[in-house]
Design a protein around this ligand. Structure first.
Ligand SMILES: Nc1ncnc2c1ncn2[C@@H]1O[C@H](COP(=O)(O)OP(=O)(O)O)[C@@H](O)[C@H]1O
Ligand SMILES: [Mg+2]
Length: 376
């Protein structure tokens, strides 16, 4: 008899929290302890890196949740060209109003006025007639002071850090560093692709960031993947036979995004049955491979030219974790200049990344396998 087990609980969509977050206990625990510890704790300054689909955004979401549970105020932003403006005109003023509902306005104007060297009782009147916009650093510092008095702090979460936005990020990191040096309760977690984070850490103006903690997300071990697939079934009163679960876990190959794709296809293929057997799992795994191609690889390649694609296929056919650009040029019968141009284009498109001098590698898990399948 077919039973309705409710909606499919899996989330094969970027940025959407999974029904069960597999294997991030260390990262979450470290940040939780950091927020409860003294300001110097390394878990207060964190970079999250890893290829597309390894779970940077959902880990960031989990860290924000930890910060909120700990009573910290969260400022959550996706890095974009007007980030500094958004922070000073919207996010920080809102956070200040929330931190100090009675006096936010007068305190903000007080700070802005003292920046201009105007003090005393005229502060408020003057700044109302000549409104000044306090800078990012002044606002963050004031917020941190207000929250420190309440034994709380401000947690800044930044997603999609990108090399082109370094100038936009610099004033924010300077402001955070300024607060940290004073022992103020400020913490941040910033997520981006490995090449983007590497560029940020190599920026001359941001050398102090190199001391920050780094969470490098990659393949998850099989023991944490099993429960991430099984649990959502169990919650609905369903079970998965052991060989079927083994098959599903094997198909995930440690790639976090595939947990959701395989889980989703398993749920669909199982239809109304209470227990999932190995044949259903085989069907689901086959569909999951095609779905992964459609959701991860095709979109990543969609906007590329035929020449870009030929370059990538040449990279796929060369063996090794990393490949020399000169080898790719040779394989294509192209000049090094020509190959370097494509290398730069494809790094900007976040399909490949630099891996040391003259070397590159794929930035997306299983892209090589996909290309070998599609362009043999
Ligand atoms: N640790 C995990 N356990 C289970 N599912 C995960 C995990 N990490 C990521 N996912 C799932 O993988 C997909 C991609 O995650 P996302 O955070 O968007 O990746 P990224 O930001 O690194 O590109 C989402 O559907 C998410 O729910
Ligand atoms: Mg993301």
């Amino acid at each position: 008899m077919a039973v309705d087990f409710g909606p499919n609980p899996f989330t094969p969509t970027f940025g959407v929290d999974p029904p069960l977050l597999a294997g991030r206990d260390y990262e979450i625990g470290l940040v939780r302890r950091a927020l409860g510890a003294a300001p110097g704790h390394p878990g207060r300054t964190v970079f999250i890196t890893g290829p597309r689909g390894t779970g940077k955004t959902v880990l960031l979401n989990a860290l924000e949740a930890v910060a909120r549970q700990t009573g910290w105020q969260v400022i959550s932003e996706t890095v974009q060209p007007n980030l500094a403006e958004i922070l000073t005109t919207a996010s920080l003023p809102l956070a200040l109003a929330a931190a100090d509902p009675d006096g936010a306005d007068s305190r903000v104007t007080g700070v802005s006025a003292s920046v201009l060297g105007i003090g005393g009782s005229v502060t408020r009147q003057v700044s109302e007639r000549y409104p000044v916009q306090p800078g990012l650093r002044q606002q963050l510092e004031l917020l941190a002071h207000l929250l420190k008095n309440r034994h709380s702090g401000v947690f800044v979460a930044l997603d999609e850090v990108h090399r082109s936005e370094i100038t936009e990020l610099t004033p924010l990191f300077h402001a955070i560093q300024h607060c940290l040096r004073q022992g103020l309760p400020v913490a941040f977690a910033a997520a981006g692709l490995p090449s983007a984070i590497a560029d940020l850490l190599n920026a001359d103006v941001l050398t102090y960031l190199r001391r920050a903690e780094r969470f490098t997300l990659g393949a998850l071990p099989a023991p944490v993947i099993g429960p991430a697939i099984l649990e959502p079934f169990a919650r609905a009163g369903r079970s998965i036979e052991e060989p079927a679960l083994d098959l599903a876990v094997g198909a995930v190959q440690g790639y976090p995004f595939l947990i959701q794709v395989v889980g989703f296809e398993l749920w669909e293929a199982a239809a109304g049955s209470q227990s999932v057997g190995v044949e259903v799992a085989q069907t689901a795994v086959g569909r999951a491979q095609r779905t992964a191609g459609r959701l991860v690889h095709e979109p990543a390649l969609r906007d590329l030219s035929a020449a870009d694609r030929a370059f990538l296929s040449a990279v796929a056919r060369l063996s090794g974790e990393t490949v020399r650009v000169s080898e790719v040029a040779a394989a294509l019968g192209a000049t090094r200049d020509h190959a370097s141009k494509y290398r730069a284009r494809l790094i900007a498109a976040q399909v490949i990344e630099a891996a040391g001098r003259g070397q590159i590698r794929f930035a997306i898990p299983f892209l090589r396998e996909y290309l070998l399948r599609e362009d043999p």
